[in-house]
Design a protein around this ligand. Structure first.
Ligand code: ADP
Ligand code: MG
Length: 492
């Protein structure tokens, strides 16, 4: 379902058009225009300066760190940096917005056009345009569930710096939208400009969805506000697409409106009619001069950029001869890439073959175990060097891949290294011709009719013999050797 570009309606296929506005909280100790702290989870209203509370006469002062973070992110999304940008007031009335306006950037954002390359599971690559990135303040938070009659306001978030990253309406499926958010998250995390924690609200997505018949002009969009996980993003897009298609096919009209995602039901519902820009009465903030940044500063930031996921992927493919799929999974999170490269240091020998083996074990076994236990890779009891130790034992022929799974489980439980576990549990692979041949003789003599069938052409039975020998040797026989000796013995 995810990978469909076209939705089938009763009137034929429809195409999805999606544009995302991602709000990414800037990593900075202080707010965008005040020195108040930004730590997550603090007691309500303990991180609020007079500026954030909009006390009369207070003046905003721009935080250089936030500007640097925005520039870094702009460079990370291949965008042009505007050396002159302007802060505007976006006026609206809301209880958690004490100033009555939000300071944002409207006509002249700090970062202009850029793009992101995304890759889908089937290997398709697409370039998604980014319209702009601007800096703005976050608002406070209304709390409605603490008192039966009253609402409370927490201003800790008021004034925290956000980067709003707006995409072009270039996305065509929920899968693409998810890939875009994952990619953006990997980039900001790698840059250290946003922690990307969607569950803590430091990355939130407004999803614009419309549908059209192929080749026609864009349809009217609905905007779903504040979606805070990739799973919800996918659900919201599917729901919204179907809702709009059914509506249009019944002769109705899609309204341009803001909708809310209901996570419990997996549906969206109207929140309010969409404000138009003129409703916000934007105008340049008279308290703030235009923001002028020095080109040499931008170049200095550019020269200090870390290796980004795309570059890392290319390097992994080249240096370790990894397939594109492995490489893109490994660079999906900085921690995964670090785990991989740390592990490779303990591989003996490090070759394309052992690197690929290590990658397989990381992506399949380690990810599997981490998912089962809800752990992050940094919390893995199997460290990179432990996993490398296991691969070394496979590579050296000490254990088979099958036994290695058993060793991996033991390793996960105990944190002990592969060599000790193999010794302790007697898991060493038997690579002794004599022992294997003896077992082969026994298996063949116990199954004379099968041997006859095999010899008269039933080649499939070969697997049966291998299985019987392995079983008789408790899975510890060297599989390659078993195959080779069986072939010799059966005379084929
Ligand atoms: P606003 O700030 O009012 O939400 P913007 O023009 O900044 O409006 O657009 C917001 C987002 O909507 C952008 O990500 C853009 O790509 C997307 N968008 C614009 N038109 C459409 C459309 N017809 N269908 C889907 N997304 C759209
Ligand atoms: Mg919007």
């Amino acid at each position: 379902m995810d990978n469909r570009y076209f939705y089938e309606g009763t009137t034929g296929p429809w195409e999805l058009v999606i544009g995302l506005e991602v709000h990414a909280q800037v990593i900075s100790n202080a707010k965008l225009f005040s020195g108040a702290a930004t730590a997550f989870g603090a007691e309500p209203n303990t991180q609020v300066s007079f500026v954030d509370a909009a006390m009369p006469g207070m003046l905003p002062v721009i935080n250089e760190v936030c500007v640097e973070q925005a520039i870094k992110t702009g460079l990370g999304i291949n965008a042009e940096i505007n050396l002159v940008s302007v802060f505007d007031r976006k006026n609206y009335f809301y209880a958690d917005l004490p100033a009555g306006y939000q300071i944002s950037q409207y006509t002249r954002p700090i970062v202009g056009k850029g793009y992101l390359d995304i890759e889908l599971e089937d290997g398709t690559a697409r370039r998604i345009g980014i319209t702009r990135l601007h800096l703005e303040q976050d608002a406070g938070k209304s709390i409605h569930d603490q008192h039966p009659e009253k609402s409370y306001i927490d201003l800790n978030r008021s004034g925290v710096a956000l980067m709003e990253i707006v995409s072009e309406p270039d996305l065509r499926s929920a899968e693409e939208a998810a890939a875009y958010v994952r990619k953006l998250r990997a980039i900001v995390r790698c840059l250290g400009t946003c922690d990307g924690n969607m569950d803590q609200g430091s990355m939130r997505v407004d999803v614009n969805v419309s549908v059209r018949k192929a080749g026609e002009a864009f349809g009217t969009r609905a905007e779903i506000k504040n979606v805070n996980s990739i799973k919800f993003l996918t659900q919201a897009i599917h729901y919204e697409a179907e809702r709009q298609i059914v509506l249009l096919e019944e002769g109705g009209e899609v309204l341009q409106e803001t909708r809310l995602f209901d996570a419990a039901r997996g549906t969206t519902r109207p929140m309010r009619g969409k404000e138009h820009a003129h409703d916000y009465r934007y105008f340049p903030d008279p308290d703030l001069p235009p923001l002028v940044v020095d080109a040499t500063w931008v170049e200095k930031i550019r020269s200090q950029m870390p290796e980004l996921p795309d570059a890392k992927k290319t390097r992994f493919m080249k240096e370790y001869e990894l397939p594109a799929y492995d490489a893109s999974v490994l660079v999906g999170e900085t921690e995964t890439a670090t785990y991989f490269e740390t592990g490779l240091k303990s591989l003996d020998p490090l070759t394309a073959k052992t690197a690929k083996l290590f990658s397989n074990w990381l992506i399949v076994e380690l990810f599997g175990a981490l998912n089962r236990e809800g752990k992050t890779i940094d919390q893995s009891p199997v460290t990179p060097s432990l996993l490398a130790g296991l691969i070394n034992q496979i590579q050296a022929g000490v254990i088979s891949g099958k036994i290695a799974k058993e060793v991996f489980s033991l390793m996960w439980e105990s944190g002990k290294d592969a060599t000790s576990l193999i010794e302790e549990h007697g898991l060493k692979q038997v690579s002794d011709d004599g022992a294997i041949l003896a077992t082969i003789d026994k298996v063949l003599s116990e199954n004379p009719s099968m041997v006859d069938e095999y010899k008269s052409g039933k080649d499939k039975l070969f697997g049966f013999f291998v299985g019987q020998v392995m079983k008789a040797m408790a899975g510890k026989a060297n599989p390659e050797l078993v195959n080779q000796l069986l072939k010799e013995k059966l005379g084929k």
